[in-house]
Write a protein that binds this ligand. Structure first.
Ligand SMILES: CC(=O)N[C@H]1[C@@H](OP(=O)(O)OP(=O)(O)OC[C@H]2O[C@@H](n3ccc(=O)[nH]c3=O)[C@H](O)[C@@H]2O)O[C@H](CO)[C@@H](O)[C@@H]1O
Ligand SMILES: C=C(OP(=O)(O)O)C(=O)O
Length: 443
């Protein structure tokens, strides 16, 4: 059902907000938990729709997953009764592809539909296939399903042509139970890869070098030590809130972060003129009215993250001067530009390059969230715009952000969420119930 977020722009964000656990780490760790038997307890798990969907897939496969607190789950996978994941569940998220490695290692056979997720590019799986084949698996595509089989997995040396996060994670998980040593060269260095490796090591795996471009895995017979593990904070959620703070020329404190994970963004926001003070696990951000244009190039970690590109594009659309954005990861991640143009932004896209000419102001309009980060970017644009912005297709935002509009409202934004039945609930101090029959509430 089409959901909407309605934003009335013009308010500066002010206050303090705490970041949730990282979507991309939690998803990988939940998949990795299928390598173990029982007694896995995870903290700081964000209750977002992607996580709910992966839990549905795991439950279908025979795992017992229980939310025992708002942000904590227990998982036990004594045996996996089903080795085929259903298309209707898997199509909802990209990260379902991360079941391939662990299920193959644990069961020797698996059938998973090609994953779904946002339409941001072709996102092939050749590197996952290359790595798992090197470990001895036979893989084929049959009627939209990835079919993988292996009598036994053997350690191998795998060079990734590109440091793919998902391929690194899948190969690393499969290699945990392979015979002998695996080397992943040109591995992804993202913090979420490191978090997955730390989690697997706490289960009894022997993974060395995660966070560098060579990861060594010594295979073990089984994993299954009791584990109580806490997922790292979401650097992209933190970054999105930082950009929202700067976009509204606000003053915000963001708690529960690992500042070094967000360096590439912090550096850009400082280059634009924002004041950012870093504590051990907190950021204080204050933005002046006048900001400077910057150039941004998305790269694998520790480069500038593609998952922050759309939000920064929204911000730059009101910064005087010319900014250049080069998107090196996904060919369709500029779709948000055409929605921002509806709001008055001046953005030209030529292949992988977007040229953003800052305009004095954006105007509220009806726009569509074409993907998760585009949705967040459009809400940020709405916070800056004059008048009312209606972001339709907002359900994709909840794939990755928990209580997105509530958290922004607590920082003083004026915005509301609604479902397709036009049942609005509104947040923020100055919502105007009269205009749209919105029952207002304040927390
Ligand atoms: C659930 C999750 O963790 N998602 C993140 C993960 O996605 P994901 O793991 O899918 O991203 P990858 O790092 O694999 O993809 C990066 C690039 O490599 C290409 N590629 C990837 C695999 C492959 O076999 N062949 C190939 O060509 C992709 O098309 C893309 O152009 O990392 C991305 C890059 O930081 C983030 O945007 C996503 O939020
Ligand atoms: C692209 C993203 O996620 P996924 O890989 O789950 O589609 C994202 O988080 O921006």
């Amino acid at each position: 059902m089409d959901q909407k977020i309605i934003v009335r722009g013009g308010r500066r964000l002010k206050g303090r907000v705490r970041v949730n656990g990282a979507k991309n780490a939690a998803l990988a760790i939940l998949c990795g938990a299928t390598l173990a038997g029982e007694n896995v307890v995870l903290d700081n798990v964000p209750n977002i729709t992607d996580v709910q969907h992966i839990i549905q897939v795991l439950s279908f496969l025979g795992a017992r997953v229980v939310w025992w607190r708002e942000d904590a789950v227990t998982i036990s996978v004594p045996s996996l009764t089903v080795r085929e994941a259903p298309y209707d569940l898997v199509k909802k998220l990209r990260a379902s592809n991360l079941l391939l490695g662990p299920l193959l290692a644990r069961c020797g056979e698996v059938r998973i539909p090609l994953p779904g997720g946002c339409n941001i590019g072709a996102r092939p799986m050749d590197l996952h296939f290359k790595g798992l084949s090197a470990l001895g698996a036979e893989l084929s595509l049959e009627k939209g399903y990835i079919c993988a089989k292996a009598k036994r997995l053997r350690g191998a040396q795998v060079y990734l042509d590109f440091p793919s996060v998902g391929a690194t994670e899948n190969i690393m998980m499969a290699a945990c139970l392979a015979e002998g040593q695996t080397l992943i060269q040109n591995a992804a260095k993202e913090p979420e890869v490191v978090d997955l490796a730390n989690f697997l090591n706490s289960l009894g795996a022997r993974i060395f070098g995660a966070g560098t471009d060579v990861i060594r895995i010594e295979g073990v017979k089984e994993l299954g030590r009791p584990v109580h593990y806490s997922v790292i904070p979401d650097r992209i959620e933190a970054g999105t809130l930082m950009v929202a703070a700067v976009a509204t020329r606000g003053e915000v404190e963001i708690e529960g972060v690992i500042p070094r994970h967000i360096q590439p963004l912090t550096a850009k926001l400082r280059e634009m003129g924002a004041e950012i003070v870093e504590g051990e696990d907190v950021f204080y951000i204050k933005a002046p009215d006048e900001l400077r244009p910057v150039n941004v190039k998305t790269m694998p970690y520790p480069g500038f993250p593609t998952d922050m590109q759309s939000q920064v594009m929204a911000l730059l659309s009101t910064v005087p001067g010319t900014s250049l954005i080069v998107e090196n990861i996904y060919e369709n991640r500029f779709q948000v530009a055409q929605e921002l143009r509806r709001m008055g932004a001046q953005i030209k896209v030529e292949g992988r390059v977007a040229v953003v000419e800052g305009v004095p102001r954006l105007y509220g309009a009806q726009v569509r969230a074409t993907d998760l980060r585009a949705g967040a970017a459009l809400v940020i644009a709405g916070l800056m715009a004059e008048g009312e912005t209606e972001v339709v297709g907002a359900e994709v935002i909840y794939r990755g952000y928990k209580d997105f509009e509530k958290r922004l409202a607590r920082l003083g934004a004026d915005l509301a969420a609604a479902n397709g039945q036009e049942q609005f609930f509104a947040l923020g101090e100055k919502s105007d119930p009269g205009r749209r029959n919105i029952p207002t509430y304040r927390e």
